[in-house]
Design a protein around this ligand. Structure first.
Ligand code: AMP
Length: 193
């Protein structure tokens, strides 16, 4: 069993790596961004509350995302482990997660930070926005203006979370500026597989 947190700015390739980890190791993937987008699309009360923040690249209130993760983790206890992607983003969220995992009698193994320069992100996001527009399903927050806000938000979150997880001996950094296979290899290395 292995429990992971992936931390990285938009466009760093967390989603792609998470997909591989699901495929190769049978882990459960929990992306708060995906859960929020689903809630917005389904126009649930939670989705309506979160829409403005998500569209503008701002953080959704802690209690909203904590509730989503609690629901996902408690509802279906993963046998092989989980990947949290995009959560936690604040120390309050990290503390809530610690309590939740304690109540489920499980622990985190690695908190992986995806290191990548901003100019490369701009390039990737512009490409992703172009591709999703072409197939008619653009993400409402996938544009270069909102990206800047989301990258700033990420820098703030990482600055707060790094010491939190460093202190617990869980923090690992990988170079996310390389190709998909090379990033995957760094992660496999970390997992010792
Ligand atoms: P992501 O797909 O992880 O980049 O998330 C997309 C958007 O969802 C973010 O820009 C935030 O508005 C919101 N969001 C996702 N996860 C969180 C979180 N852990 N805390 C607060 N807001 C979040």
């Amino acid at each position: 069993m292995v429990n992971l947190i992936l931390i990285g700015p938009p466009g760093a390739g967390k989603g792609t790596q998470a997909e591989r980890l699901v495929r190769d190791y049978g882990l459960i993937h929990i992306s708060t961004g995906d859960l929020l987008r689903e809630a917005i699309k389904a126009e649930t009360p939670l989705g309506r509350k979160a829409k403005a923040a998500v569209d503008g690249g701002a953080l959704v209130p802690d209690e909203v995302v904590i509730g989503l993760v609690e629901e996902r983790l408690s509802g279906k206890e993963p046998e092989l482990g989980f990947i949290l992607d995009g959560f936690p983003r604040t120390v309050t969220q990290a503390e809530a997660l610690e309590h939740l995992l304690c109540s489920l009698s499980t622990l985190l193994d690695h908190v992986i930070i995806f290191d990548i320069p901003i100019d490369l992100l701009e390039e990737r996001i512009a490409k992703r926005a172009g591709q999703s527009r072409a197939v008619g399903t653009p993400r409402s927050d996938d544009n270069v203006e909102v990206l800047k806000k989301r990258v700033e938000e990420f820098a703030r979150a990482t600055a707060a979370l790094s010491p939190f997880y460093e202190h617990r001996g869980l923090l690992r950094r990988i170079d996310a500026a390389v190709g998909i296979d090379d990033v995957a290899a760094q992660i496999s290395n970390l997992l010792g597989r």
